[in-house]
Design a binder for this molecule. Sequence first.
Ligand SMILES: [Cu+2]
Length: 195
Amino acid sequence: MAVVWPTACAYKGLGMSPIDAVTLHGQGALAAPTLSSTAETYNPALAPVGARVSATLTPSANSSTAELTVSGMLPNRSYAAHAHTNVCGQTGAAAGPHYQNRIDPAATPQKPSTDPQYANPRNEVWLELRTDAAGSGTARTTVPFVFGDRGPGSIVVHEGMETETTPGKAGQAGARIACVTLAPQGQGTDVHRSS
Ligand SMILES: [Cu+2]
């Protein structure tokens, strides 16, 4: 399985064929956001500075398995986390809405998708994390799609302990407390921030 993901300009410029599926990865120790940070806390009381976060989204055939591993978070606590469209930024909002495989046509930047037909764990990437007594934990999910020329930019950890599934609330999990930026594995995190 090819895991290389040249930048769009590079592979267009070189005339290379598009790549089917990519592995996305991000990791780091949570810190206050800076212009270049890729693992950030927006709420150190719930996502402590120095906590380690690692996320990998690995394609296989027509599905992808996402894994989120943390240490140094609050002990014996559940956290809802999801793949979001944009890379992490100065605030939790910068990560944008949830990444959807089939994009909800009714969603807008002001009103993200809350329709369970689109905002569900088979069309989005939901990771329901549970930490142990030491504050460590791993969440894993498999979704029936892969990432190619479009993919999520981050994994966002929310304040909520689980993700809502009811119409009008589906996908919601409260405030954004931490974020890790994803990049195609094998490349640096040469992402372009919009703010
Ligand atoms: Cu989310």
